[in-house]
Design a protein around this ligand. Structure first.
Ligand code: ATP
Length: 350
């Protein structure tokens, strides 16, 4: 076969708002990192999002889903627009992709990077939140009866399967083993006694089997500790709703939405995982050149790590750290230039 370069097929789904602006920067840096580390990305453009929906009525057509299944990963920008009713794209595209591709882990690192001010002096915060991503209150169970009457009744049911809880806890324990060995389960076992019991019992079993040190906090207390004593957390594992809320708090404590990254993972790699910045479409700053691409770049670093390109992932992280340590940048273009320069410097010192 001779020399060959490692190639990954990655769908680029820029989506709406600032999604195209920030993922363009991330894409360029991934390609640069590939040149430095000996791999190439075969980017496949995927036009889904608000514009596509408004033009065609399509949210996630079967043939597009089939194409996405064949990729190694998806780099997503943001999805959402005021012109599309709430829920259409969130449920029909983002949540459906999570279910269809069985992306059962939502991974969000929350580290206060050097040079980043924190509103609460949360120095020492270096945690990772592992959020269950396909069950709980987001599974879609529930409904409305007696609509538009005085007796209208709306229910949302939290679905927690033993298999779903266990695979999430196992992933989190594996991650904890690679870090400090400490795993904190966050739930509300004193009120949500059914789901709480299942999570707690399985967490103890997994901890005993894997040797991780298991800690526990109720979700309300966890919010308080995250602000008052963030150093107590390393790997946090929690259900879908609590994870959604806790990760935004963690983002606020570590530099804000512009810096936060996430991965929706299928850890067994039976299909692609999706990587996206935590921020949304930010319609208020579209086209102003102000969007911070760091969250998208750090999401790409998670993607490269997942694809097995750990050295390239570390370089992207280091480039973001270096730009932040030097005071950050004030525009998307300035970020792009500064990150490319830092990456080039990292390549040069080898
Ligand atoms: P969506 O409905 O798509 O989630 P949103 O406007 O409700 O959009 P975000 O897009 O997350 O929520 O934006 C919240 C605020 O943070 C906005 O004022 C936005 O301008 C700002 N913001 C979000 N992402 C960035 C970014 N990458 N760089 C700079 N500011 C950002």
């Amino acid at each position: 076969m001779g020399d060959h370069v490692r190639t990954y097929t990655v769908a680029h789904l820029p989506g709406d708002g600032i999604g195209p602006e920030v993922t363009a920067v991330a894409k360029d840096l991934v390609d640069r990192a590939g040149t430095m580390h000996g791999f190439t990305i075969d980017w496949r453009p995927c036009p889904l999002g608000s514009k596509h929906y408004l033009k065609t009525g399509e949210v996630l057509p079967d043939n597009v889903l089939a194409d996405l299944r064949k990729t190694d990963a998806v780099l997503l920008g943001a999805v959402g627009s005021e012109e599309v009713p709430p829920g259409v794209l969130e449920r029909g595209l983002l949540l459906r992709l999570r279910f269809e591709l069985d992306l059962y882990i939502n991974l969000r690192p929350a580290r206060l990077r050097p040079g980043v001010p924190s509103p609460h002096g949360s120095a020492g915060m270096d945690a990772v939140v592992v959020r269950e991503n396909t069950e709980g209150l987001y599974a879609g169970a529930g409904g409305i009866v007696h609509r538009d009457t005085a007796f209208e009744t709306a229910t949302e049911e939290s679905l927690n399967t033993r298999a779903g809880v266990e695979r999430c806890l196992r992933y989190a324990a594996g991650l904890a083993s690679q870090r400090s060995g400490k795993l904190t389960l966050v739930h509300k076992t004193n009120v949500l006694t059914n789901a709480g019991s299942l999570w707690m019992r399985v967490a103890h079993l997994v901890a005993a089997e894997t040797g991780v040190q298991l800690d526990y906090a109720h979700v309300d207390a966890a919010c308080l500790y995250m602000v008052s004593d963030p150093g107590r957390f390393d790997v946090i594992v929690t259900d879908n709703l609590f994870g959604d809320i806790l990760t935004d708090l963690a983002a606020a404590l570590t530099g804000g939405l512009g810096l936060s990254a996430s991965g929706n993972l299928n850890p067994e790699k039976t299909g692609p995982s999706i990587f996206e910045p935590v921020h949304g479409s930010a319609p208020d700053i579209v086209g102003t050149g102000k969007a911070n691409p760091a969250g998208a770049v750090l999401s790409s670093a998670l993607m490269l790590s997942h694809l097995g390109e750990a050295a390239a992932a570390l370089d992207l992280e280091a480039a973001v750290d270096a730009v932040l340590a030097a005071g950050g940048a004030t525009s998307t273009d300035a970020w792009a230039t500064a990150l490319a320069d830092e990456l080039g410097r990292l390549g040069g010192v080898r």
